[in-house]
Design a protein around this ligand. Structure first.
Ligand code: ZN
Ligand code: ZN
Length: 146
């Protein structure tokens, strides 16, 4: 479901921040893709239509969007930070070879009651990271081994 411009406008308004063209374009780019782009990926994509946007501008827009919870940073393992516009809780599968990140719906992990019971914590948020090889990298590995 694509968010309308109204949604962006009202979110910025509620935070008392101006919705600049740069912020709008950056948000729309991340929200339109499923590949959890890095800041550079966003920069390269946005540059095609807006060659006047500098790298620093894109980075600042990403930071701002993260601050107001429109985007989240995907924890990464030694590779560049990636961005995600999906707001519903979900987890990520990371390819250890190429860095590709895929969404995982792991609602049935069923860890929360156990944590509360065993450790006495109340859990406010959690994230689980799966690491492995994406289909392309598995194929590459098989080809190398044979
Ligand atoms: Zn891979
Ligand atoms: Zn995601």
């Amino acid at each position: 479901m694509a968010h309308s411009t109204d949604f962006l406008e009202s979110t910025f308004k509620s935070k008392g921040l101006p919705l600049t063209v740069q912020r709008r374009v950056v948000y729309q780019n991340v929200a339109s893709r499923q590949d959890h782009p890095t800041a550079d990926d966003v920069y390269l994509a946005v540059q095609k239509e807006h060659p006047d946007f500098s790298r620093a501008t894109i980075y600042r827009a990403l930071d701002c969007l993260v601050q107001i919870d429109l985007l989240s940073r995907v924890a990464s393992f030694g590779s560049a930070v990636r961005y995600d516009a999906k707001q519903e809780h979900h987890d990520h599968m990371h390819c250890t070879q190429c860095g590709q990140v895929a969404d995982v719906e792991a609602g049935d992990l069923n860890l929360l009651p156990k944590l509360k019971q065993d450790l006495g914590f109340t859990v406010e948020t959690y994230s689980v990271h799966f690491r492995g090889l994406c289909p392309e990298c598995q194929l590459e590995k098989t080809n190398k081994e044979n």
